[in-house]
Design a protein. Structure first.
Length: 234
């Protein structure tokens, strides 16, 4: 029985690879519709049950998505998991602090260079979108409203300005850190946030690569101080 299960898993993995190959060879883009279950089974010479298992696995990997009543499509998440670091399962507050600081270390290695690249590579349209998002964050902060999602999107817009697809796929790590940092600092630096965001955004918009890099370092170090200060009181 176990041997049959293992054989089934190997076959499912092989079918997953073949479906990915179909997507690549046909230059399918996010939102493009995949052949239906019956057509894939015929094409790959396997049972529809195996196709179902392979599709289920590819959905869990954010490579495919199902739209009710419409079919199976290439996911716009590019195969990137929502929580690549497993932060969902961290509940201990001390571990939260350690993870937040570890994430900031990673961001300090990456984001200043991303901002520098954005200043050089960003298109007029990308930079306009990034500046608009910066303004949205500022307005939410000034109103005293929750700005987490807007903040996350601002950092995503910077990554998109870099023009580097691999950098864009690092966004879930940045997203996790932004949300965790706001929680752990109890949002005491919200006024600094929009001013520092503005400094980063304006440097990118003016093509000042070094200025963008330095402004991002300042912003991330403020986050670090906020976490340290908050935990020193506990």
């Amino acid at each position: 029985m176990d041997e049959k299960k293992e054989t089934g898993k190997l076959l499912t993995r092989a079918v997953e690879k073949k479906i990915i190959k179909i997507i690549k060879e046909n230059y399918m883009q996010p939102g493009d519709k995949l052949k239906n279950e019956y057509e894939l089974a015929e094409l790959l010479n396997v049972s529809r049950g195996t196709i179902r298992e392979a599709i289920k696995s590819l959905i869990s990997r954010n490579i495919l998505e199902v739209r009710q009543g419409a079919g199976t499509f290439v996911s716009n998440k590019n195969g990137v998991p929502e929580d690549p670091l497993g932060l969902t399962f961290i509940s201990d507050i001390k571990e939260d602090k350690k993870v937040a600081l570890d994430l900031l270390d990673i961001r300090l290695m990456l984001e200043p260079e991303i901002a520098a690249l954005a200043a050089v590579k960003g298109t007029t349209k990308q930079i306009k979108t990034m500046l608009e998002q910066c303004k949205i964050v500022e307005e939410l902060i000034k109103k005293g409203e929750d700005y987490r999602e807007a903040d996350i999107l601002f950092h995503k817009r910077i990554a998109q300005c870099s023009g580097n697809r691999v950098i864009e796929n690092l966004i879930p790590i940045i997203n996790s850190s932004v949300s965790l940092t706001i929680n752990l600092t109890e949002d005491v630096f919200r006024q600094n946030t929009y001013k520092e965001h503005r400094a980063v955004a304006e440097a990118i918009a003016s093509g000042d690569s070094l200025g963008a890099k330095c402004a991002m370092i300042v912003h991330l170090n403020t986050n670090r101080r906020g976490i340290e200060k908050n935990f020193s009181k506990k």
